[in-house]
Design a binder for this molecule. Structure first.
Ligand code: B16
Ligand code: MG
Length: 218
């Protein structure tokens, strides 16, 4: 029996990926790596430093920077990102999500957050959703990022639930892989081809309702 939901943040609750992309794009320009949409997509769900390494690897530039220089570039990206996050409001909550969260809360489901973002508490605050997610996995405490199952396994653990009692919600392929590996039921939001590994698929957040999930799982 399902008792809890473990949520990804970016791409599920709100679309910060456009802000992450903008912030990384500036860094890519600075280091001379050509930016394109496939690069932007590849960064979804990936941690800050892994993202930087992926960008540099695009042009075989990994070895051109010292660790200290990489730290500085990652900090620069985050400063760019924080300027964009500062403008976020509850209007940035994706369609249907507020109703879905209210319904889950009213029906007594437990909620936790499994976001790779160190900025997720700040983003939740801007969205007015801090009270919904009093339980969050601290990404800084993880040994492995998505697609490793660790983050979603911990998302169930902090709710005192077995993974089998949880549904994980994700928009990234790496995230769906993490949910499946943790032994939770996976709900993928977005491109059906990219998220083919998910147990249940929806193309839009507005389709995310308990009734639709129950129908898809039946
Ligand atoms: P930060 P999620 C992920 O969040 C983003 O999808 C990814 O693009 C970002 O690099 C990562 O968080 C780290 O974010 O730099 O804020 O710590 O999708 O796992 O909620
Ligand atoms: Mg995401």
């Amino acid at each position: 029996e399902i008792k809890g939901f473990v949520f990804d943040l970016d791409g599920v609750i709100t679309d910060t990926s456009i802000f992450h992309s903008q912030a990384w794009h500036q860094v890519a320009d600075k280091v001379g790596v050509k930016w394109d949409d496939s690069l932007a997509d590849a960064l979804k769900g990936i941690s800050r430093m892994d993202s930087l390494n992926l960008i540099l690897a695009r042009d075989h530039k990994e070895a051109d920077f010292t660790d200290a220089e990489k730290e500085a570039l990652a900090t620069e990206k985050n400063d760019n990102y924080l300027k964009l996050v500062a403008q976020m409001t509850p209007a940035n909550i994706l369609p249907g999500i507020q109703d879905f969260l209210d319904d889950l809360k009213a029906k007594g489901y437990l909620l936790s957050l499994a976001s790779a973002s160190k900025n997720s508490p700040l983003v939740l605050k801007h969205l007015g959703l801090s009270d919904y997610f009093t339980k969050s996995v601290d990404p800084a405490s993880l040994k492995h990022g998505k697609p490793d199952p660790e983050i979603f396994r911990r998302g169930a653990e902090i709710l005192d639930l077995d993974p089998a009692q949880c549904i994980g919600v994700e928009d990234a392929a790496a995230g769906v892989q993490s949910i499946n590996g943790a032994g939770e039921t996976s709900v993928g939001i977005g491109n059906l081809k990219v998220l083919a590994a998910a147990d249940v698929n929806f193309t839009e957040t507005s389709q995310l309702t308990l009734a639709n999930i129950e129908k898809a799982m039946a």
